[in-house]
Design a protein around this ligand. Structure first.
Ligand code: NAP
Length: 273
């Protein structure tokens, strides 16, 4: 069984990004908008600032008060859309309930959409004409490449149908000639699907959702879930699934580290355009 290390893969990628940015003299600016002071957002943002700055990106955090109006957030996005120093914009989720995340995020121009959440970027995956791919999805695709996992003809079960992970991942896998089944909370007898899968991706956020009896021998497991159990970070796969895996991503240290690396990947792509 091989543990797919997102941490190691990211390390190599960051070295490459740094060299590319220096060699091509890319002047990249990233603006992160945060509303309020959500503790998990603070951790994610700290990482985004750390890794982007390390490779030579000029990153800034614009922190707005919890009670800021939606109108003010929209105004800021429109201003950043026009600012030539800003290559990419991230609207950090979650937002307070009075602000519509999807509405605001979709106002980020396609040319500055680092997260790949704009209608045009998401549709480009559906249309098999991929532009900016959402970072977690791109990170998973890079892990398959890094570990020489061929997707063509593979039976893949993706669990979770969110617009930021499950759905675009299913589309991207279809583009790479996998046969994809998408499961969700209303799927009947999920085991019937996962048992037959060469690759199981879980993007749900439920500890021990996938257990040993649900997977076949030598399956490949991609664990996107992030859960805190007794103060420890765990994914969606029970530990006993590891015995049957040929490759598996751990939590922490699997998909998570790749997501932040793909922010840099997307920024370089946006800048080159
Ligand atoms: P989300 O929007 O809450 O979507 C969760 C999905 O799981 C939904 O489609 C839901 O089905 C499905 N689901 C819920 N219970 C289920 C069950 N018992 N069986 C099968 N499917 C079930 O979540 P998300 O934003 O996609 O994130 C999913 C997980 O990935 C979370 O743990 C999140 O923290 C993590 N995540 C990790 C990274 C990373 O970088 N590692 C990045 C993003 C997200 P319905 O559609 O029917 O409700």
């Amino acid at each position: 069984m091989i543990i797919i290390s997102g941490t190691e893969t990211r390390k190599k990628l960051l070295e490459d990004y740094k060299k590319t940015i220096e060699k091509e003299n890319l002047d990249i600016g990233l603006s992160i908008i945060q509303v309020g002071d959500n503790p998990s957002s603070n951790t994610y943002i700290r990482n985004k600032l750390k890794y982007t700055t390390e490779v030579g990106i000029k990153s800034e955090l614009i922190k707005l008060d919890e009670d800021v109006s939606e109108e003010k957030v929209i105004k800021l996005i429109k201003k950043l859309n026009k600012d030539p120093k800003v290559t990419g914009i991230i609207l950090q989720s979650p937002l307070p309930a009075h602000i519509d995340f999807t509405k605001c995020a979709r106002l980020i121009s396609d040319e500055k959409d680092v997260d790949g959440f704009s209608e045009e970027n998401l549709f480009s995956i559906r249309d098999n004409n991929e532009k900016i791919i959402p970072c977690t999805v791109k990170g998973i695709l890079r892990l398959f490449e890094a570990y020489d996992i061929n997707l063509e003809g593979k039976n893949v079960v993706v669990i979770g149908r969110s617009n930021i992970v499950g759905r675009p991942l299913a589309d991207a896998l279809i583009n790479r000639n996998a046969t994809v089944t998408l499961c969700h909370s209303k799927t009947k007898d999920m085991k019937e699907h996962t048992k037959r899968a060469d690759i199981v991706v879980s993007a749900v956020g439920k500890p021990k959702l996938i257990t040993k009896g649900m997977v076949k021998k030598d399956f490949i497991g991609i664990d996107v879930g992030i859960n805190v159990v007794n103060g420890k970070l765990v994914g969606d796969f029970a530990k006993n699934t590891y015995e049957k895996a040929s490759f598996i991503t751990p939590v922490p240290g699997g998909v998570g580290p790749m997501t932040v690396a793909m922010i840099i990947d997307n920024l370089i792509e946006l800048k080159r355009k």
